[in-house]
Design a binder for this molecule. Sequence first.
Ligand SMILES: [Zn+2]
Length: 294
Amino acid sequence: MPRTAVPAPASPVPRAADSDRRRTSASVVLRSVLEHGPVARSTVARLTGLSPASVTEHCARLTERGLIRESAAPRRSNGMGRPHVPVDLDDRRFLVAGVHVAVPYTTVALLDLRGRVVARRELRHERTEPARVLARAAEALAGLLAEVPGRRPLGVGVAVGGWVDRETGTVVEHELLGWREVPVRELLGARTGLPVRVDGHARALVHGERLFGRARGSRSVLHLFVGNMVDSAFATHDEVHYGPRSAAGAIAHLPVPGGTEPCACGRTGCLQAELSERTLCRRARAAGVTGAAD
Ligand SMILES: [Zn+2]
């Protein structure tokens, strides 16, 4: 960012900026409760750097919405002063739906707010036209939701390989599925009636691992995915990187010196063509290795 001595003009929309800031700190409080709960509000204030008053206010709103609750056992700090009733995530009411479109199949799942899988189903592709694949996913999700009456879905997260533009919710290109400029957010939103977030699978995994998995608490993560697709994602200083049209981390078509595999892009020896599961299985079979599926 260029530095400038010129003071920034006063925002013409201070209320929107305020509500953005409020939303951001609400999400900081919620993440802190997810990570440390059950946790005292005063500890959340210390961990997040927000004022105790503002943490108390956020906790009241999050409780009202059913996202957090006071946990059962009040804790006394050294037997002194008022007992602190810690707060924790309320994982009883809401669910989040997940859709992962892989090359041979789609997985749909329902997860609670701690990222634990409540129900899941795998749908092998009969055909890979986007409208068909997404319609089946929406149908399967509706089926799973019908099995857990009383739980409310907050939204759908979709992860797809290849080049995915999070901003527009579009799969820009996925050669193996034959998808190009597919408006996944729009298509699945229309079918489910839920808010939909779409991201590349490598980046979605980095987000997931940072929130719930092995990368919890890590500010920097590098993830390399090698399967039918080959791609990567990375985070530094607590930020997962996207780049223009969310193309950061695209390594599928890096040239491998001496590579001989033809790639769907028309060139020969691209990383994805050389390392993909299909290529490795074919070479293994050619070398006499047996017993591998596909
Ligand atoms: Zn290529």
